[in-house]
Design a protein around this ligand. Sequence first.
Ligand SMILES: N[C@@H](CCC(=O)N[C@@H](CS)C(=O)NCC(=O)O)C(=O)O
Length: 310
Amino acid sequence: MKPFILHHYANSPFSEKVRLILGAKGMAWHSVHVPSVMPKPDVLALTGGYRRTPFMQRGADIWCDTSLIARVLDRAQPQPPLYPAGVAGITQTLAQWADFTLFWAVIPYTLQPQGLTHVMAGVPPEGLKAFAADRAPFTAGMTRQTAADATVALKAYLGRLEDQLADGRAFLCGAQPSIADFSVAHCLWFIHLAPPMLGILQPCERLRAWYERVIAVGHGTPTIMKSADAIARAASTSTHEPVQVEPGLGFEVGESVTVTPTDYGRDPVVGVLVGLSDDEVVIERRDERAGTLHVHFPRLGFQIRKEAKT
Ligand SMILES: N[C@@H](CCC(=O)N[C@@H](CS)C(=O)NCC(=O)O)C(=O)O
């Protein structure tokens, strides 16, 4: 089986979530660095319009969103499990909370002026302007927390996580790491990019020790790959992962649809429906350079709409 290709960039927390999962599972992988702001022509060639980071590729299959990427990696390499028996439900619920609620407290908290200069160290003023201009439409429609809101929320959330570890457990849902640990860890990892902001973790002794345990899993074994080579890899692959459209879910195989994230970065991807279940939606699309691709999204958090007939 060929290694997965992760398309990511260094300072991306959700990429760190996947890098840590690859580390926990001891996997070898190909690493393609993508730009952190638009334009991203090589990204869009593969995803069809989805611009969020990271996404994963193998051959001509593309997986978007870390909740789905985590499931795919867990299927490919089941040990150690991301969804341990007995806590599989709660660990995914905690991960979902961290990936949205905790994340969107961490971002405005960390990017206050004294943190921003560290996260963006070395970026010239025009780069900072371009970043702000890129992210405004990306999060349009979301209520961005003020620094004061985010600080009070984050203090409460960190306190709750500290409580969760009060019985001396090594990881958030028990003795083994699970998806919840990686979803919380990538948020705390982002605060670590801005050392002056770390004071908020000072009272959380157990959480700080937990963080060191999670980060210690490392990133597995990455090999650098160029985005042009990843595109060529897709173009030279004529097979896809087996998928099917299950009946009774509101859509038929072969229908033209759009798939769009419901929270932010709401760029629709157009394609022909080839796979649908309660967990996943898969569309087929063609790109001049990358050939015929299957783009997979999680079903939860994504809206499917039939394309209007012309
Ligand atoms: N729910 C998504 C969230 C991904 C996300 O918000 N990624 C950030 C980077 S950490 C992003 O896409 N930023 C804009 C960009 O990279 O263009 C996931 O789990 O993958």
